[in-house]
Design a protein around this ligand. Sequence first.
Ligand code: AMP
Length: 436
Amino acid sequence: MRILLVGSGGREHALAWKLAQSAHVERLICAPGNAGIAAERLARNSRLVECAAVAAEDLPGLLALAREQRIDLTVVGPDNPLSLGIVDLFEASGLRIFGPSSSAARFESSKIFSQRFMEKYGIPTAVAGTFDEPVAAKRFAASLSGGCVVKADGLALGKGVLVCASRAEAERAVDRIMVDRQFGPAGSRIVVQEFLEGVELSLHALCDGRVALPFPASQDHKRALEGDRGPNTGGMGTYCPAPFLEGAALEEAMRRILEPFLRGCAAEGIDYRGILYPGVMLTASGPRVLEFNARFGDPEAQVYLTRLQNDLVELLDASVSGTLERTVLTWSPLASVCVVMASGGYPGSYPRGKVISGLDAAATLPDTKVFHAGTALSDGEIVTSGGRVLGVTALGRDLRAAQSAAYAAVERIHFEGAQYRRDIGNRALGARPTAT
Ligand code: AMP
């Protein structure tokens, strides 16, 4: 098969690496890709993965590329092309593509849509209100005892969520989003949720419109600094499995989310194909969904795809065809840890073009894979080209072993200003010491 992969980050490198292992793949083109993706070889014929200079949001350009290269299946990594309607466009042109349509992707592109859906179909979530003007929003925020979280309805590069500790902070947050429009048109409507305390986890399920196959739980580390301090980022590291939600408890949590989700989709005529990624808070009264995403998490994809044992092409193809019923997901018994190495200054402004050394040394370590996120080739050298630069990922017989292996690889890699958290996975290790 000829596959087109859309995107250029660490998630897409993990997807490219896993797709390249499939015996079904004869050619893999990534648009636009990155330096790490361009170095992957296909298991079937040793051909290199090709990178095409077409942006992930250039829908007509991607369609032309898919037609020109006679692509059999397109795989979409990021959320933007999904909400822009890449799946609708390709399907209308008779092309097979993995991911939700723009209408199904509203679970991510509209927090109001998701909140109302969760309430209507009984998916456990936070107490919340949805508003299109500030006065009622502030009144509702004041009625919530304790803190609240004010969220812009639309996509705001993951930034339109303001956590507030007091009534005054909530009022300022409503004004920032609705009056000052700090997040642009995404803030014309908002959701105000009660503040939930607990352990935050990432859940994922592969859906084909009728069936949803749950993944193990994983945990991201959103804050830039150790001990969950500092500004929010796209994600500084992940691990899987997450011991906070395993076995029967995970099955029960998934059942309480996925059954009403599928029932609601059927009732509303939503054909949800692709990855559903609920962000949840494990509260004292059980898991509550904070938000839905309509694609793999980044860097969750890195830990999931290093543990996944199925052929990825077969899975994605079954999602598109609606035949997941016959599929069983199989996972390596090993644990996986991904440590993100970022440019100095991230998530604020940061320099680009810093030469990265030590990648070859890290590549010789067993059960270790360095996924590239923001890298480029310049005069034959791999240089930084983004905020999150690398996702250094390692497998181990338990979380502690995977964590040690990931940091051993991180220590071999250098670029000026590199920053990373040294505590990825610590929360799980503190929660339940693993055997040595
Ligand atoms: P979201 O994009 O909706 O997942 O929100 C971004 C981050 O804000 C989440 O990863 C949580 O850390 C935090 N957050 C969102 N909603 C809530 C809530 N209701 N209670 C506590 N924290 C929240």
